[in-house]
Write a protein that binds this ligand. Structure first.
Ligand code: CA
Length: 246
């Protein structure tokens, strides 16, 4: 399986620092985006701590190590729980960090399986056969309102409470991680992104850009550029993963 990946992150216009973080591990075929929250620059502490710990955990354990023959789902679940504990430990050590947290979305490719794991409102899309699918479901208050029929997708996208996440690493209580496993197909294109992208661009607009005959680097640049052109108040992070046609 020939895989090409690229990532790009751009600080929003309201803050001087970027609270998003991403990781690309080409050897381990692990791709991560995290969107931190918290006062001062604590959001970036949370997001950076999380992606580094998940990568470290996956590198240390791998599917052949602590999880012999097991699905990547258990590995990613364990890695995200370890990252959650790492963020909580940082808060315990330094009271000033109280209230920090982070979302995370991860893609792990192994044995022809794409394992998707997420917490919060960072998303993963897949383009296959000309069609765009959203493989994650936002853990947000507005998403619950959509599910209950109180808000439309478009109302939710621009809602003042759209940033309220119902799950995050660093939050209180036990953490529930959503895991999904899908077969990988030649020509698949995966996009991991923070809500700084999806607040600014509609799904149809993301689909149009992912449909272009361009490489991962150019697509990432055009997504970030276009989201910024719309206002780009929030940090914008994208990671694009292309599976070769054959
Ligand atoms: Ca954000």
């Amino acid at each position: 399986m020939d895989v090409k990946a690229w990532g790009l992150s751009n600080v929003g216009r309201l803050r001087g620092h970027n609270e998003d973080a991403f990781e690309i591990d080409p050897a381990g075929r692990l791709y991560l985006v995290a969107d931190g929250m918290g006062g001062h620059s604590h959001g970036e502490v949370a997001s950076t701590t999380a992606v580094k710990e998940i990568r470290r955990y996956v590198e240390a354990h791998g599917v052949r190590g602590a999880h012999p023959g097991g699905p990547g789902g258990r590995l990613l679940e364990a890695a995200i729980q370890a990252a959650h504990q790492r963020v909580l430990a940082a808060i315990r050590q330094d009271g000033a960090l109280h209230g920090m947290g982070t979302t995370v979305v991860g893609l792990y490719l192994h044995d022809g399986i794409a394992t998707v794991a997420h917490v919060g409102d960072s998303r993963l899309y897949r383009r296959r056969g000309g069609r765009l699918s959203l493989l994650t479901e936002d853990h947000t208050w507005v998403h619950e309102q959509i599910a209950a029929g109180y808000l439309s997708e478009e109302q939710a996208r621009l809602h003042p409470l759209k940033n309220v996440v119902t799950r995050a690493l660093g939050g209180e209580g036990s953490l529930k991680v959503d895991i999904r496993e899908e077969t990988v197909e030649a020509g698949d294109r995966y996009l991991l992104c923070s809500d700084g992208l999806t607040t600014m661009l509609r799904d149809e607009e993301i689909a149009e850009r992912l449909g272009r005959e361009q490489g991962a680097q150019e697509i990432c640049r055009s997504l970030v550029h276009d989201a910024q052109a719309r206002g780009g108040y929030d940090d914008i992070t994208v990671v694009l993963v292309d599976i070769a046609d054959r």
